[in-house]
Design a protein around this ligand. Sequence first.
Ligand SMILES: NC(=O)c1ccc[n+]([C@@H]2O[C@H](COP(=O)([O-])OP(=O)(O)OC[C@H]3O[C@@H](n4cnc5c(N)ncnc54)[C@H](OP(=O)(O)O)[C@@H]3O)[C@@H](O)[C@H]2O)c1
Length: 340
Amino acid sequence: MKLYRIPEPGAIENLTLVEEPDPAPGDHEVLIRIRAVSLNYRDLMVIRGTYGRGGQRPNLVPCSDGAGEVIAIGNQVSRVKVGDRVAGIFMQKWIAGEVTAEGAPQAGASALGGAIDGMLAEQVVLHEDGLVQIPEHLSFEEGSTLPCAAVTAWHAVVDFGQTRAGDTVLVLGTGGVSIFALQFARMHGARVIATSSNEEKIRSVHAMGADATVNYKSFPDWQHGVLEATAKRGVDLVVEVGGAGTLPRSIDSVRFGGKIALIGVLTSGEINPTRLMGKSVTLQGIYVGSREMFEAMNRAIALHKMRPVIDRVFEFDQAQEAYRHLASASHFGKVVIRVE
Ligand SMILES: NC(=O)c1ccc[n+]([C@@H]2O[C@H](COP(=O)([O-])OP(=O)(O)OC[C@H]3O[C@@H](n4cnc5c(N)ncnc54)[C@H](OP(=O)(O)O)[C@@H]3O)[C@@H](O)[C@H]2O)c1
């Protein structure tokens, strides 16, 4: 089978197509014929060698996100059967419940496409516990977008945000996490305010139900636009994918007693913690989510027949081009690689 490895991190050109023997499942393992893989900003950090969290496996098979069909199972497997359409869960060992001091290192050490080999391969073997069924109405391409960006957005908007009808949620930019967050916030009856650097993308988020938008490039002090759009009250929840560079403005944008889901590291800067205190804001770090969250999210996606937004699908031999497309930040939603 064919697969990609990163013999040495540094640049996208280091992504190397190799041929290796087909893997075979052990007793509790499942052999998946991967049909599609989606890219996340993290995959750019991994290939550039700037992804610090939990270390990176040498000669890594990259990418956390993939979906495919089960083509063989070990003799003790009971959770799935041959023919099932499945996706891997981001942290193979975070099944349910909250992150604990005991569980976190183990979960982090089981992150696909980082601490352990990932999904950019024609075939992958995973433990049966590290899988979920993908919703029936989704294609493999759509299903492949779920494990990282969608679960992170669900964790932020639903588990942490407890978003309810009438709430206002702020999403930053139009990448994978933010577009899912917009969809989940709308699903729960919330009003969405979105920022973007691009007018065409702003039109697209309006078409998806965003109520107000601010171009953060033309209006670097975009927090004023957010406050104006909320009659100065501020938003209930910020899905913070920008990181330190956007956080001060997110703190300005959130209401007193509101919440900020701290997710991203797209920008750098400094923050003043007293501003958080002064507004009694809850700041929660989010690191993807558990299988339990993934399954709850899939039930909601299935019920609402929600469809992930895919910007572009690349072929397997165009993987480097797919990475370059993500790096250009010209995408809206998700970038996918078809594996057939
Ligand atoms: N903690 C976690 O578990 C977790 C999980 C997933 C992702 N993340 C992090 O979340 C971030 C987003 O990930 P992703 O995969 O969704 O990325 P992505 O798809 O590559 O998103 C890129 C988009 O972010 C927007 N952006 C960039 N700089 C911005 C800024 N200064 N202000 C507002 N928006 C900005 C841009 O949108 P426009 O083109 O519209 O301007 C850009 O197109 C990354 O830092 C990633 O590492 C963390």
